[in-house]
Design a protein around this ligand. Structure first.
Ligand code: GTP
Length: 221
């Protein structure tokens, strides 16, 4: 079951105050069990770290101003399947729903890093509908405050992000709000970039289509 939660009242209509269209972004938060997916999400939504979180899968709707633009985030805080053979799995439904992905591992848990790798590969296999662009992804190494229990080096995280064309941050959802903020804002930038390059590609495709339609017609005349 996925619960829908709203953290701030939504404005009616799709336009923000300055008559700029509202930006909407569906963000899927993935990762192994207990890596801090909910802690990261709740930190971003409320600025708070509450320590213990339920294991109910939730989609939060959150309206916020980013760089003067009205943004509506829908954030799906997913749960990791219990069965070992399903753990790297990301469903078709999730992949199609999301405009961008946050893949979280714990720097203290090497198996969560392996799982993050599998999930990144699965996301990368997806050819996005209507776009040749890669899906925007941020890889997050969480629990940076637990340096004495570190099992995954920053370098390994950075290399994995580089090899999968993802952004990368190490953060502590427990210690600061800033890390969570940067993750979601950076991902929003990537989503917007990918949409505008998608539009350019569609624009070029439609020019090519019109030209071939014209030439095609001439050939048959
Ligand atoms: N020290 C430390 N603990 C953290 C941090 N983030 C989360 N935790 C703790 O890690 C545990 C799991 O956090 P959750 O946010 O519930 O993790 P999750 O990935 O959503 O868990 P599931 O949905 O049950 O898989 C909790 O006890 C949190 O308090 C962090 O940055 N540092």
């Amino acid at each position: 079951m996925v619960v829908q939660l709203r953290t701030a009242p939504q404005q009616p209509g799709g336009m923000s105050e300055g008559s700029q269209p509202k930006v909407e972004a569906n963000i899927l938060v993935l990762g192994a069990e207990k890596v801090g997916k909910s802690a990261l999400t709740v930190r971003f939504l409320t600025r708070r770290f509450i320590g213990e979180y339920g294991d109910i899968e939730s989609v939060y709707t959150h309206n916020v101003m980013v760089g003067g633009r009205d943004v509506c985030f829908s954030i799906w805080d997913s749960t990791c399947p219990q069965a070992a053979e399903l753990q790297g799995w990301v469903s078709e439904k999730q992949l199609r729903w999301a405009d961008g992905f946050v893949v979280v591992y714990s720097i203290c848990d090497r198996s969560s890093f392996h799982l993050a790798h599998q999930q990144l590969q699965r996301i990368r296999q997806l050819k996005r509908r209507g776009s040749s662009e890669k899906a925007p992804v941020i890889l997050v190494g969480n629990k940076r405050d637990l340096q004495h229990r570190r099992a995954v080096s920053s370098e390994e995280g950075r290399l994995l992000a580089l090899s999968t064309n993802s952004g990368f941050f190490e953060i502590s959802a427990a210690e600061t709000y800033h890390g969570a903020l940067v993750v979601f804002h950076e991902l929003l930038d990537l989503v917007r970039d990918s949409r505008s390059s998608g539009k350019k590609a569609v624009g070029i495709r439609s020019i090519v289509r019109s030209m071939s339609a014209v030439f095609g017609r001439r050939r048959t005349e």
